[in-house]
Design a binder for this molecule. Structure first.
Ligand code: 0XW
Ligand code: MG
Length: 367
């Protein structure tokens, strides 16, 4: 099975409800890039990469497409059998840019899964479950409104909440956390996500002012050094998200003991193959983590869910997918959906989703 053609599609995903507000940025519409790898036997594999705007982390949609342009011609004619050889071929054409290579890694696993007649979860080591928990991520909002949404989402079955804070007065953030705790209590696990928006001083104040509330404090400050300086000064466990820019960053965070867990993004780490290494490194130190991406439609959602199903459940913090904030699906028949706060793991060979041609329109590039 050789790669014959690569089609690249651009798909704009408006945010349901108008905007998604985080400490670091507010986004109204996300620009997703899909790759479709077509082989000489007519099989098709799909991959996707969709940064949540150009500010959240050092990724952007135009960068992904430029990197794909650099890489794609080198994959034409290659045999689809060894993901490692194909990763090497990509590295020989472009240094770094893991979030663009991730789209190819996902598409190649989709193809291999179809070829072997197994779901992608099997290629990643094997599923431990057929249904994974998700978590609901609020946007930065008023304490009352956030607490109302939190209670509502717990009622609908979410076992975990991620409460966004930062980019405003400390008083508002502290009040939000207290109100959510009053509304939800022990009915859901809570993460409080600063999205790099707090100073070290503000993180210490917030920690003290919310001391009796159990939550994981996700990416409070901008750099890994700032987060490292919090060690021993906070009562809450600290999770890293945006700072886990590649496998080496994760290794640094684990070996220096500054992270108690992680919010992980499949494309940021370079794809599913690379993320299995991170999954296994976390297992060695009993570190909890999520399996997410920053945004994206059914293809990225399927990728997250396949990997999520292979994570030891006691350390699993949930798979976040953007479905709550997106109208419609690339593949309405086999869409990836959250029901009662959980997501069914696709059982069909490959990723189990096949975007419809009419949803994506014509390719913006073909190699
Ligand atoms: C909740 N998310 C997974 C969605 C947005 O990309 C932000 C992100 C996070 O945890 O920071
Ligand atoms: Mg986060």
């Amino acid at each position: 099975m050789r790669i014959e053609t690569i089609n690249v599609y651009k798909c704009l995903l408006p945010v349901k409800g108008g905007s998604y507000r985080m400490a670091s940025d507010t986004v109204q519409q996300l620009d997703s890039t899909l790759v479709e790898i077509v082989t000489d036997d007519g099989s098709k594999g799909w991959g996707e990469t969709c940064p949540v705007g150009p500010v959240y982390q050092p990724h952007h949609a135009l960068g992904a497409r430029a990197a794909i342009e650099e890489i794609a011609p080198g994959l034409i004619g290659q045999e689809v059998s060894s993901i490692r050889l194909l990763a090497k071929a990509m590295d020989e054409r472009l240094n770094g840019h893991g979030y663009a290579k991730a789209a190819f890694d996902i598409a190649l696993l989709d193809l291999l899964g179809q070829r072997l007649g197994v779901p992608v979860s099997t290629l990643l080591g094997g599923a431990l479950t057929d249904r994974v928990p998700s978590y609901y991520s609020t946007i930065v909002g008023s304490p009352e409104e956030t607490a109302r949404i939190a209670a509502d989402k717990v009622k609908s079955g979410y076992p975990r909440l991620q409460i966004k804070i930062g980019g405003r007065d400390l008083e508002q953030d502290v009040a939000t956390i207290h109100k959510v705790w009053e509304a939800v209590g022990y009915k859901a696990r809570i993460a409080v996500d600063g999205n790099r928006g707090l100073t070290v001083a503000a993180a210490i104040h917030l920690d003290r002012l919310c001391q009796s509330i159990p939550f994981a404090f996700e990416q409070p400050c901008n750099t890994m050094e700032e987060v490292a300086s919090l060690k021993g000064r906070l009562t809450h466990p600290v999770y890293l998200d945006e700072n886990t820019e590649d496998l080496n960053a994760v290794l640094r965070a684990i070996s220096s003991g500054i992270a108690d867990g992680f919010g992980l993004k499949v494309t940021r780490l370079g794809g599913l193959t690379k993320m299995t290494t991170v999954r296994d490194m976390c297992a060695i130190r009993s570190l909890p983590h999520t399996c997410d991406d920053a945004w994206g439609g059914d293809v990225i959602a399927a990728a997250c869910v396949h990997l999520a199903s292979t994570v030891e459940p006691r350390r699993f913090e949930g798979a976040w997918i953007a479905q709550e904030y997106i109208d419609g699906h690339y593949d309405p028949e086999n869409s990836i959906v959250i029901r009662d706060g959980h997501i069914a793991v696709p059982q069909r060979p490959g990723l189990g989703v096949q975007p419809e041609a009419k949803t994506l329109g014509v390719p913006i590039a073909t190699y």
